[in-house]
Each structure stands twice: as structure tokens, then as C-alpha cells.
Design a protein around this ligand. Structure first.
Ligand code: HEM
Length: 169
């Protein structure tokens, strides 16, 4: 006798409250996190750029520039991370999706690398660059790219942070 097809249920689909994914840490509906993440992303890439320019030119100016950019990347990353974390904990439809937690874990790893890349430059910022500083900058830039790409995936693939259209809209 043929078996009746098994019915699977998706708790996220079925639970209406989990459709609530709209950002709350926002100005007039524009998420603060999305506005802030541009800073750590650009500054982390700038540290790598400055380290490469020091390696190429030997000009110590670039090591001071890299030190300040590393500080800015860490500081702005922590501020962006705080807005993201409040959002994650406050909005039910965001905290109930596993992709949000994947992004959180990637971001916390990134923040610790950004912090370490700044810390090794305190004091003798010139001696810190070759090879350790440069290697850490390459690692930080790669992790920034992965975390940023995944953040975009949250918004554009899973509509996290956006207002879900009501059924029938
Ligand atoms: C530390 C904890 C973090 C948490 C909990 C978090 C959480 C989130 C959440 C919930 C969103 C969805 C949009 C929103 O609701 O605002 C998002 C988007 C995003 N996140 Fe994070 N985030 C964190 C850190 C970071 C960091 C350090 C970066 C930097 C690379 C980053 C990059 C992004 C990007 C690029 C988006 C997409 C923004 C858009 O295009 O609208 N996040 N994040």
C-alpha cells in the first residue's frame, strides 16, 4: 500500500511573530547598523593598504597611518557590533534565525582580530608591521569581506532587518 507523503512543517513559516524582522535600532526606518558597518569595513581595508605601501616604499608615515586606521577599525567595529547585537536580541524574527547567529559569531571573531591588529601597533608601530602586522591585516581584510558579505546575505537573501510584506500585500 503506497505511503501517504509526509508533511513537514517550517516553524519560522508557520509562526507569524517570526515574520517580524524589521530593524528597531534605526532612524526613520533606516538601520543604524547598516550605516555604521561601512566604517570598520573601509578602515580594515585601509590598514592593509597602508601596510602594503610601507612594505613597498619603506616610508614610516604609512605605519602611523596604519596604526590610526587599525584603531578606527576596531572602535567603529565595536560600535557597529553593539547596534547589531541590540538588534539581534531585541527583534524576535532576527534572533530566531540561525543565519543571524552565524553573522554574530563571524563578527565577534572579526572584532577580536581588529583589536589584536591595533594592539600589536601600540608603542613601536613601525617594527610591528613586517611581518606580523601585514599578515594580521591580510587576515582581518579577508574576515571583513566574509562578515560583510554574510551581513548582506542576511538582508538581501533572508530579508533580515527589513519589513516583511503582510500576506496579501
Ligand atoms: C558584533 C555583532 C554583530 C551583530 C549581532 C550583527 C547583526 C546584524 C544584523 C541583525 C543585520 C541585519 C540588518 C539589521 O538588522 O540592521 C546585519 C547586517 C549587516 N552586518 Fe552585521 N552584525 C554585527 C557586526 C558586524 C560587523 C563587525 C560588520 C562589519 C564587517 C557587519 C557587517 C554587516 C553588513 C555589511 C550588513 C548588511 C547591511 C545592509 O546591507 O543593509 N556586522 N548585521
Amino acid at each position: 500500500m503506497p505511503q501517504a507523503p509526509q508533511k513537514f512543517s517550517d516553524p519560522v513559516e508557520e509562526h507569524r511573530a517570526l515574520h517580524e524582522t524589521e530593524s528597531r535600532i534605526a532612524i526613520a526606518g533606516h538601520p543604524l547598523h547598516a550605516m555604521l558597518v561601512a566604517f570598520p569595513i573601509a578602515l580594515a581595508m585601509s590598514v592593509l593598504g597602508a601596510d602594503l605601501l610601507y612594505w613597498w616604499t619603506g616610508d614610516a608615515f604609512w605605519t602611523r597611518a596604519a596604526g590610526w586606521a587599525a584603531f578606527g577599525a576596531f572602535l567603529m567595529g565595536v560600535i557597529a557590533g553593539i547596534t547589531g547585537t541590540v538588534e539581534l536580541l531585541a527583534v524576535r524574527g532576527i534572533r530566531n534565525r540561525s543565519a543571524s547567529w552565524t553573522h554574530f559569531i563571524l563578527a565577534v571573531m572579526l572584532l577580536s582580530v581588529l583589536g589584536a591588529n591595533w594592539a600589536i601597533r601600540i608603542g613601536d608601530h613601525e617594527a610591528a608591521v613586517l611581518p606580523l602586522g601585514l599578515l594580521m591585516s591580510v587576515f582581518a581584510a579577508g574576515l571583513t569581506a566574509v562578515t560583510g558579505w554574510h551581513g548582506g546575505k542576511l538582508v538581501f537573501d533572508y530579508q533580515i532587518g527589513t519589513k516583511m510584506p503582510e500576506h496579501g500585500d
